[in-house]
Design a binder for this molecule. Structure first.
Ligand SMILES: *Cc1c(COP(=O)(O)O)cnc(C)c1O
Length: 392
């Protein structure tokens, strides 16, 4: 490990545990200077030695060492063959959807990140791409939705905000049988708790804005693939579309990754405490949390993940109560997004899911009584005290 001479000479550090891989990255330190913190290469272009002789870098839209370190690190953590770091989670979604051709059909989770639905509905449909949504926890429904032109199955698990769980292994078998690409949005659990590529998925994406960055301070998107054809396509796509992440933001995600496992453990521990407390409150009518033993897909969770993450949704007795909670929380901040060190609360109806048609929202349970918590890494009792006060 001590003899790195250049930026291409990185080992996969296969012998290390996941926790150590997050800390030490692909190269980890700078091989030229020994800098322990991987440098931010804030340069758009790179000097050539002579015609046909260069350092391997030419122009930062094509390749930048800081971005490359993040891409290699994410490929290692998700166990893929190549990673790509782009400017936001939505940029990652866009890159992956661009694998589709006019006339293709994509099947999406019914309970899906609002932007992922929106981009299909408003933009990709204009290019002749058809889409359907199904409850991915119901494989019969999925099988019935398949068309001869189905080319992609796009799964979020757990779902946002209803916390439904899809069986990645089973869905990947279905995708394989029809020669469709299976994509998993792994934002909620991160590779620390769930590794979709090892379960059969072809591509994994992230909003790196959330747990990977972890500090509510930057936007990022990640794509990791395990097939060469996808690596070649996405490389060309990112290089040409120009949606890659900037060096400073890549560095912020690398820094976030160093503490990913300790943060995830704390999110997990806190969310178990908060979810169990919420369940006992008279004004709380339903708590959606994948860590409950009576969650409908608990056995799948136990099979395919090693933790529950930090996301909880809950329904209260009235819209009035929901509005009062949003007003009265103090430590907990009423703000969009998730996965950061601070506990955030959102109102899915108007914030993340306002573009979802009303009848679908009603069917899913996204009503005016529903709230979503991203449980942070504060002391769990402080989070509970704040909720207790807001519920009074
Ligand atoms: C936030 C989020 C996205 C979009 O990511 P941005 O970084 O906001 O563009 C996609 N999927 C999920 C599950 C998300 O939570």
């Amino acid at each position: 490990m001590k003899n790195f001479k250049n930026y291409n000479d990185y080992s996969k550090k296969e012998e290390l545990a996941f926790e150590s891989k997050t800390v030490h990255g692909a190269l980890g330190h700078d091989p030229m200077t020994g800098a322990v913190s991987f440098p931010i290469f804030q340069s758009s272009t790179f000097r050539h030695i002579a015609l046909g002789q260069d350092t391997g870098y030419s122009y930062s839209r094509v390749k930048n060492p800081t971005r490359e370190e993040l891409e290699r690190t994410m490929a290692i953590l998700e166990e893929g063959i190549a990673g790509f770091a782009v400017s936001s989670g939505m940029a990652a979604v866009t890159s992956v959807l661009s694998l589709l051709n006019p006339g293709d059909h994509i099947i999406l989770s019914d309970d899906l990140y609002g932007g992922t639905l929106h981009i299909n509905e408003i933009f990709f449909s204009r290019y002749g791409i058809e889409f359907s949504q199904v409850d991915m926890s119901d494989l019969k429904q999925l099988n019935e939705t398949i068309r001869p032109n189905t080319k992609m199955i796009f799964v979020e698990t757990p779902t946002n905000p209803m916390m439904k769980v899809a069986d990645i292994k089973e869905i990947s078998k279905i995708a394989k049988s029809i020669n469709a690409v299976m994509v998993v949005d792994n934002t909620f659990l991160t590779p620390y708790y769930q590794k979709p590529l090892t379960l059969g998925a072809d591509i994994v994406i992230h909003s790196g804005t959330k747990y990977l960055g972890g500090h509510n301070d930057t936007l990022a998107g990640i794509i990791v693939v395990k097939k060469q054809e996808h690596a070649d396509f996405i490389l060309g796509q990112v290089k040409t579309f120009g949606n890659q992440i900037a060096p400073l933001d890549a560095w912020l995600i690398l820094r976030g990754l160093k503490t990913l496992t300790v943060r995830m453990k704390q999110h997990n521990e806190n969310s178990i405490k908060v979810a169990n407390w919420l369940r006992k409150q008279p004004k709380v009518k339903e708590v959606y949390f994948v860590g409950f033993e009576d969650h409908p897909q608990y056995s799948i969770t136990k099979e395919q993940t090693t933790g529950f993450g930090g996301m909880i949704s809950f329904a209260v007795d009235s819209e009035e109560t929901a509005k009062k909670i949003l007003e009265k929380v103090d430590l907990i901040m009423f703000a969009e997004s998730l996965g950061g060190t601070e506990t955030l609360i959102t109102y899915p109806l108007t914030q993340t899911h306002n573009s979802v048609p009303e009848e679908i929202r009603e069917k899913l349970g996204i009503t005016g009584k529903l709230l979503r918590l991203s449980v942070g890494i504060e002391e769990a009792d402080d989070i509970i005290k704040d909720l207790e006060n807001a519920l009074k």
